[in-house]
Design a protein around this ligand. Sequence first.
Ligand code: EPU
Length: 439
Amino acid sequence: MSDSPQSDSIGSSPFWLAYDCRVSVFKVEGGSSLQGEVFVPGAKNSVLKLMAATLLAPGTSTLTNVPDIEDVTIMSELLRRLGCVVAHAGSSITIEVPERPDHRADYDLVRKMRASICVLGPLIARCGAADVAVPGGDNIGSRGLDMHVEGLRKMGVHVDNEHGYLLAECEALTGASVFLDFPSVGATETILMAAVTARGQSVIENAAREPEIIDICSMLVSMGADISGIGSSSLVINGVSDLKPTKHRVVSDRIVAGTWAVAAVMTQGDITIHGVPHEHLALPLEKLELTGARIEREGASIRIQMQGRPHCVDVVTLPYPGFPTDMQPQFIALNAMGLGAALVTENLFEARFRFVQELARLGADVRTDGHHALIRGRESLSGAPVEATDIRAGAGLVLAGLVANGSTTVYGVTHIDRGYAGFVETLQGLGAQIQRVDD
Ligand code: EPU
């Protein structure tokens, strides 16, 4: 986190509440070819879970490579309400966890950030109880929790859903064998964090294998957890009596890196992305090569060069190592200005195509039918006001605005701020004509 007043003032004064009242828009002028280098910060979808995992050990843990994003601010506030002392210094956070944390996550925070559910596993492990507001659905879909709950029940947790809260309680957490219906990221994390200090052995079959899951396993191991099968779909956890605080570097954000890679292709530019292992983006990079881009992979750097209009590419979203759903809107934006046509299939979030109605305002030719979107590339898009409905939709709309004729105003940019650190500044550094303006 930066040393900005924004991050420093949380807790003493409710700046983050005031944040909601500040309405910005992004003004984008299309036509620039993006060139230059970018460094990728830590991953939103890892850091939030790592922050929650610190609850598992009393004492002070430190996370480095923490992105300066709104969701980290919200998670900091949630941890403070649970009794932690959270301090930000540059891109590090220290979290001092008390001997007896509180065990309630209120709706006012959970409704702001669905990922708050990730405190469920650690709280049940530490306190034997957790009252966590049910996040409900959001703009990308219904977002079930059944696998989280079933997994915990198998471990001896009694879970009720009353007055909008999941009320979880248990006498003693006991290791269990859990076969997930689907390799859910969230359910894998909840069960994993409950299992590390449970009595006996737990096995999570059909576990998620995302780099962010590997990251949390590595951190838990550094805290003293006994986990094997890390990176595979079968995680074996032998419960230990207690964990100790740790220091851990957050894995880089592959989705942020992928977004800049798509920007290079769409704007016919030349961008080198540093700090992210290219293996974490294997399939998106192969897809970009199919559009005609030239890609050089060297260590933790990726250079993407594009000349001419990209070819459209088909995409099917699947759990890792399949194509990430969090890159789907960016690829629809790319296809909207590509040569030819493409079929994009969304298998994770049923409502993630909602944003194509906004893309259509820029002239995109997209037809959706259930899980499928057929995109016919147009030679040119035309700037218009549009509304970001979620983080990735927002990124996709900005990318489209970067290649559209004239001006695009993107509303709802708080969604983008939740997940992209320095979004506008990074694009400006690459030569994009984009400004944050108070509306
Ligand atoms: N699902 C259920 N029941 C469950 C759990 C999941 O039906 O008990 C369903 C969900 O409704 C969804 C699908 O399974 O349709 C995938 O859910 P998953 O649990 O894998 O995702 P998540 O943990 O809710 C995380 C990321 C998402 C990312 C997905 C998939 C965080 C905070 N969020 O969500 O990130 O799309 O994994 O990779 O880690 C984003 O960053 O824009 C974003 C939405």
